[in-house]
Design a protein around this ligand. Structure first.
Ligand SMILES: [Zn+2]
Length: 93
């Protein structure tokens, strides 16, 4: 558990990645990545680093989920009510 989080942190310190890319890199499911990101964000608070989120975006109307508190992928767009959501990406700076 701890090791996966450390792997995710070192990946995101090097490059910006989506949850799907992280899931492939550390061999866990995308759903689990979102849970880990929650803890990663928390643990970075004491380290003068932060997790920067480039938020989910609707692929049809360009609606940006910028005030989203949770990490998990949104089901559909509140503006056009479609489900073509473009992945968020994450980076640690
Ligand atoms: Zn939309």
């Amino acid at each position: 558990m701890q090791t996966i989080r450390r792997q995710i942190i070192s990946l995101l310190e090097k490059e910006e990645m989506s949850a799907k890319e992280i899931s492939k890199a550390v061999s866990i499911r995308e759903k689990e990545v979102y849970e880990h990101l929650e803890h990663v964000r928390h643990s970075l608070k004491n380290r003068k680093k932060k997790l920067v989120v480039n938020p989910f975006r609707c692929g049809l109307c360009d609606y940006v989920f910028k005030d989203r508190k949770r990490f998990a992928r949104p089901g559909r767009c509140p503006q056009c009510r479609q489900g073509r959501i473009m992945a968020a990406t994450y980076r640690i700076i």
